[in-house]
Design a protein around this ligand. Structure first.
Ligand SMILES: [Zn+2]
Length: 342
């Protein structure tokens, strides 16, 4: 993604962003669910700020030296801190690839040198941090100092999926701009254009986030998810040890599997409360069948949330899956014990 084009569902957000008088406030925090294009709009804004010709059009021109430098990835007045990409280029093992390494204080110190230098071109300097919550405590404190004494002409663009994890003092110094989940019709149409056969279903699986839905449609692990959902849809016949071993063998991210399970439990609870299925409409029959046993799942939701926080720890992955699945069965059986089985 070079920032040359905005995804169609972002145009409305862009118009709001560029129209508002404090767009050029020195620190902007873009928030919203993963996979809705926050990074795209952040890059578009970076190019816009560095564009030397944008005038009244409200878009970067794509032609001037500033735009060309930016699009070639070599603009001297632009810095990107995105630890995810660094780790991928370092060729990590597949199991660790999705983990986000922290942004460390050294990187922020280097940044301080950059922001205090005179700009190479027309004066604007832009720093993009994605995801901003990946700053560790020392880095966040060093960054806070920069925000407290903002260097002239520098705009910080922070992208965050989990903005609550940001240091509150950092958050409060930014202008927060939430990017909302897109109109499903616009998102479906775009996914169709990308060759996705069942856009509505993949959007459901990802809570309406089009870029995540595109990944979902093309994921190598689709057969594993189907198999996993078959297992948890049939708790009576599930062999926890073999399912956990299966998951480990597939070299899936712990966080990914926890995500499938979280969505499943969310739907089980939702179908009981309001007949509402958000993530797995294709599994309605299973969900409705299991729903009467789902009354004890609220505590399990907390458990899943905690395990998600632990997902980057070097724990034995198989043990994590085993304990989550045993707890799932226990939660489902809670009611069954109190009920006479016919
Ligand atoms: Zn330009």
């Amino acid at each position: 993604m070079t920032g040359a084009v905005l995804y169609p569902w972002l145009e409305k957000s862009w118009a709001q962003l560029v129209r508002s008088p404090d767009t050029l406030s020195h620190a902007l925090l873009l928030t919203g669910a993963p996979g809705i294009g926050k990074r795209c709009i952040a890059e578009y804004l970076a190019q816009y700020l560095l564009c030397e010709m944008h005038g009244k059009r409200g878009t970067p021109c794509g032609q001037c030296d500033g735009c060309r430098w930016y699009l070639s990835g070599n603009h001297p007045d632009f810095r990107l801190l995105a630890p995810d990409e660094q780790s991928e280029s370092e060729g990590d093992e597949s199991k660790t690839r999705r983990k986000t390494p922290p942004i460390k204080v050294e990187a922020i110190r280097e940044l301080a040198e950059f922001v205090n230098l005179t700009a190479h071109r027309r004066g604007a300097k832009v720093v993009l941090l994605d995801p901003a919550e990946s700053m560790n405590a020392n880095a966040a404190n060093a960054f806070l100092k920069m925000l407290e004494e903002p260097p002239a002409g520098v705009t910080f663009i922070l992208v965050s999926h989990h903005w609550r994890r940001l240091l509150p003092t950092v958050r409060s110094r930014c202008r927060v701009f939430p990017i909302s989940t897109p109109d499903p019709r616009v998102a479906s149409q775009w996914l169709g254009e990308q060759g996705v056969v069942n856009p509505v279903l993949h959007l459901a699986h990802t809570g309406g986030a089009p870029l995540a839905a595109l990944d979902d449609a093309n994921a190598e692990w689709l057969p594993q998810r189907t198999l996993f959902l078959d297992h948890i849809a049939n708790p009576a016949g599930m062999n926890v040890l073999s399912v956990a071993a299966e998951l480990e063998k597939a070299k899936l991210d712990t966080e990914l599997v926890v995500d499938w399970l979280q969505k499943w439990v969310h739907d089980l609870i939702g179908v009981g409360l309001a007949g509402r299925i958000r993530y797995y409409p294709d599994r309605r029959d299973d969900l409705v069948r299991l729903q009467p046993r789902a009354v004890n799942l609220l505590g399990y939701i907390d458990r899943l949330r905690d395990s998600r926080r632990l997902a980057n720890h070097p724990l034995n992955q198989r043990l994590v899956f085993e304990s989550l699945l045993f707890a799932y069965l226990e939660a489902l059986h809670g009611k069954a014990h109190g009920v006479k089985n016919g």
